[in-house]
Unconditional design. Sequence first.
Length: 317
Amino acid sequence: MIAAFLNSFKIPDLRKKLLFTLGMLVIYRVGCYIPTPGISGTALKEFFHRVSQTQGGTLFGVMNMFSGGAMERLTIFALGIMPYISSSIILQLLTAVIPFLEKIAKEGKAGHQKINQYTRYGAVALSIIQSFFIALWLENPARFEGLQIVMNPGWGFRIVTVLTLTTGTIFIMWLGEQIQEHGIGNGISLVITAGIISSIPSAAYQLFVLISPFSPAKRTLQPYTLAIMAVLLVGVVFAVTTPAGMTDARKSRAELRTYRVDLEKTRKEIKAPALLRCQQIDAEAKRITAELEALENPIDAQIRKETVVIFEGFAKI
């Protein structure tokens, strides 16, 4: 695998795409360290340190992992790519129940682009809502065990926070699109993967705190629970990566592809008679129009001729 990775840099086009992808991911990671204006980083770090030692720190740990550590520092990328993912899920569900969206989804590439555009709009709306409530949450010291997170609370801080976090999410979406267009792989998936990989050290530390091998009284995760989780993880990885698992995955993918081909064929078969009928109606309308023009033209010519005769008679008088 390492040899194949190193050999990929010998191909100019592939090397360019790899370096571009790595460059975009580096930009994303740099943004995860740029703080949101008006935030006391020291107080926020102290709060998350306290929370990580409690049972409630699990939820914050998961949120922080998907944001690549940006949530803990409340940087400009604190929301991460989650608003876009949520918007995508919502659009997929609405497509199944709203005829207008279902019609757009069946328009091929153009319809897919429209759905993506609506997904972006939804991501921006969700980002604005989430960032506003995050700003309200940060302004309340009671939520942070008395720690003053915001130095100058008020509408100024709320507006700046909404603009900063929403812009950060939009920028991450743009990075993902650039990777997908000019780099290698799915940009959004790579951004999420980069965030998760960067959070592995902190996740390992949180796991150590939950197990607390040297302090059984503080233990919130029993060793046998961790052992069961590890066995399940190994089982899933083994089932997916073994030849049999890969064969099943390819078979399922082939069945899905066949289903899509059959569905498209059925759609064309249903659409063809309607299209043929429309063409017949159009041809019939053109024929009727030509016949009407053939009948009307002599009448119009006779009317013009008689009109000329009448005007000539008046001219002689």
